[in-house]
Every structure is written in structure tokens, then in C-alpha cells.
Design a protein around this ligand. Structure first.
Ligand code: PLP
Length: 355
């Protein structure tokens, strides 16, 4: 058994991959591939409707929010958010907690004045800034809830009275959230929802149509909402596989159940990092992510040796991102506690053999 600790794209349960593979050859006994049926067919309309209804049910999305399935990844949202929300000459506030957060802010600068309310760049983003003011005259406040590269996570929404936009690409569907606290949530699907190619947007309808800008149709949330995510050809397969994965999550007991598993998985791994004299976590303890666990070795010259042992033990994708170094174990919903135990056992084995 391979244990995939890769940061993405798209770590899904085996049974979801198996069902997804079947539909490539024969979708629901139609004798046709899911890839070839018309996206305007009744069958595919049912797929989109079920995917939306599963998102609404699992995340408890209020009625007055639209749920959209778009293309272009989270990176496209970096531009679509200000394009749709920020009036000409308007101001938005951004929290800088990593590469993705700063890319979002950089893109927004094309559309207005961007105020960085706080940044942890000076410490290579090892923590999430806590004490900052969010200007009340900004149109919206943007932050990234899970910093995939640095292994930090924001569990509580920063307090503000202005609309809040959040990039939840790498922790959506991993823990309970109160959607009503946010005005716009976006997430590239490819961590916990489904394959790359579809991007989830959950937006409060009230927020839209107020910027006064001319927005190209393809980038206009209102147009996508009006068209039920079918303004143009949608990423049919990515939506279909997301639906299968959301069914899996629901059958498992939903987000409450997966959150408990994720807490135990993360705790098991962080406990070993703390206990094992060869490894040290890189993120501030109070901000440690439950999705991406980053750690280094106190003796970096042994890192290659540990990676080789990990490979022998079928642990895939634990090499750290180049901007942090060391190791990163991404432990998304689909990764079971068995895989975490395999990594912990390997860390112990390494320690034993170097005593
Ligand atoms: N935001 C976060 C938190 C991410 O982790 C990533 C990619 O890993 C992105 C944005 C960029 O997503 P995409 O590749 O879908 O544009």
C-alpha cells in the first residue's frame, strides 16, 4: 500500500477513484463515457445538481448564497474577487500569511488600493499574525485559511464588520465552518473535494453586482450564478468526481466525523515530531495546520537518508516545499490514520537506528 502525503493535486479515497474510473467507460449504464455525454443532458444536469446539493448539505450553506463550480483554479479567484467586489478606486484589506495570500493581494492591486493589515513574511510565514486592525472603510477583508506551503491554519475568522473573503483551497471540507460568517469562500477543488479543474465558490448573493465595473461575462459571478454554473462547458469530469467524493464524505458521517479524524491524525503526527529527537516542527504550535504538517531535521545532513527510508516504506511525497525545506506531510481527508501510523513508525525506526 502506498501512503500518499503529497500536497496535491487530488488525493481521494481508493473507492472514489475506482468508481470514477468505471464512469470513464460506462456512465450509469448508458453505454457512454461520462466524458462524452452532453453537458446539457439531463444526466449531467443531475450530476451538477447533486454536487451542489451535497456542498450545501455538508457545509450547511445558507439559502441566500450561490454555490458555483468554475474553472481557472484558486489563482483565477485572486483576480475575480476584486474584479467583482471592488469599486474603481476602492480599497480592500489583505492578511499576508504566505505565498498564496501574497499572490492574492498582488493580483488585487490591479483593481484598487490594497492594504496589507499584517504579514508574517519576516519569519518565513511560520505563524499567523493575530493583532491587527482591519480598516472599516475597506470593501472587504481577504485571508487564506490554510497556508499549504508553511503548515499554518487560521481556525477562527479574524473579527471584522466588513465582508470577509476567504481562500479555503487546502482546508475546505476538512472541518466544520460557519458559512454565514463569510461573504465569499473559494477553493480550488484539488485537495479535499475533487480533481483539479473545478473551483468551488460560495458567495452571498447580496455582495454581487455592486462594484459598478464592467466585468467580462466569463469572470462575472452573477452570470455564472444565473446560468447554474453552465455559462460555458463546465469541467464535467472534475465535477463528477467531486460529486463521488462528496457522497463518500456524506456516507462517512459528514464533516463532523472527518474533522474528528483529522484532529486525531494531526495530533498523532505532531506528538511524534515533538517526541522524536531528530525532528522539529516549523510552524508556531498554536497555528499548526491539520492539513499540511511541516517539519525539519535537527541534523539536515540526514534528511536525504530519511527520505530514502520513507520511500522504502512506501511513504510518498513527504519532501518539503523548497521555500521551507525539510518535510511536509499533507494529511488531507482521504489519508487514513493507517498512513499516519506508517509515517510515525518510520520516524521511530529512523531514530532507533541512529542511537
Ligand atoms: N491557494 C491555496 C491555499 C493553495 O494551496 C493553492 C495551491 O496549492 C492555490 C491557492 C492556487 O490554486 P490553483 O493552483 O488552483 O490556482
Amino acid at each position: 500500500m502506498k501512503h500518499n502525503f503529497g500536497a496535491g493535486p487530488c488525493i481521494l479515497p481508493q473507492e472514489v477513484f475506482q468508481e470514477a474510473a468505471k464512469a470513464v467507460l460506462d456512465f450509469n449504464n448508458t453505454g457512454l463515457s461520462i466524458l462524452e455525454i452532453s453537458h446539457r443532458s439531463k444526466e449531467f444536469e443531475e450530476v451538477v445538481a447533486e454536487t451542489e446539493s451535497l456542498v450545501r448539505e455538508l457545509l450547511n450553506v445558507p439559502e441566500d448564497y450561490s454555490v458555483l463550480f468554475l474553472q481557472g483554479g484558486a489563482s483565477q479567484q485572486f483576480a475575480m474577487v476584486p474584479m467583482n467586489l471592488l469599486p474603481e478606486g476602492g480599497k480592500a484589506a489583505y492578511l499576508d500569511t504566505g505565498v498564496w495570500a501574497s499572490k492574492a493581494a498582488k493580483e488585487a492591486k490591479n483593481f484598487g488600493q490594497i492594504e496589507i493589515v499584517a504579514s508574517s513574511k519576516d519569519s518565513n510565514y511560520t505563524y499567523v499574525p493575530k493583532n491587527f486592525e482591519i480598516p472599516s472603510d475597506a470593501t472587504y477583508f481577504h485571508f487564506t485559511s490554510n497556508n499549504t506551503i508553511y503548515g499554518t491554519e487560521v481556525f477562527e475568522k479574524p473579527k471584522t464588520t466588513i465582508p470577509t473573503v476567504v481562500d479555503m483551497s487546502s482546508d475546505i471540507l476538512s472541518r466544520e465552518i460557519n458559512v454565514a460568517e463569510y461573504d465569499l469562500i473559494y477553493a480550488g477543488a484539488q485537495k479535499n473535494m475533487g480533481p483539479a479543474g473545478v473551483t468551488l465558490v460560495i458567495v452571498k448573493n447580496d455582495l454581487l453586482g455592486k462594484s459598478g465595473r464592467t466585468i467580462p461575462t466569463i469572470f462575472n459571478y452573477q452570470e455564472h450564478a444565473k446560468a447554474g454554473s453552465m455559462y460555458n462547458t463546465p469541467p464535467v469530469y472534475s465535477i463528477y468526481v467531486s460529486m463521488l467524493n462528496l457522497r463518500w464524505l456524506k456516507a462517512k458521517g459528514g464533516i463532523k466525523v472527518i474533522e474528528q479524524e483529522n484532529i486525531i491524525k494531526a495530533r498523532t503526527l505532531y506528538d511524534e515530531i515533538e517526541r522524536n529527537s531528530f525532528f522539529t516542527g516549523t510552524a508556531a504550535v498554536e497555528d499548526r495546520s491539520r492539513m499540511n504538517v511541516t517539519f525539519v531535521m535537527d541534523t539536515p545532513e540526514l534528511e536525504a537518508e530519511f527520505l530514502a527510508l520513507a520511500k522504502q516504506r512506501n511513504l510518498i511525497g513527504i519532501k518539503g516545499h523548497r521555500s521551507v525545506g525539510g518535510f511536509r506531510a499533507s494529511i488531507y481527508n482521504a489519508l487514513s490514520i493507517t498512513s499516519i501510523n506508517a509515517l510515525v513508525d518510520t520516524m521511530r525506526e529512523f531514530e532507533e537506528s541512529h542511537k
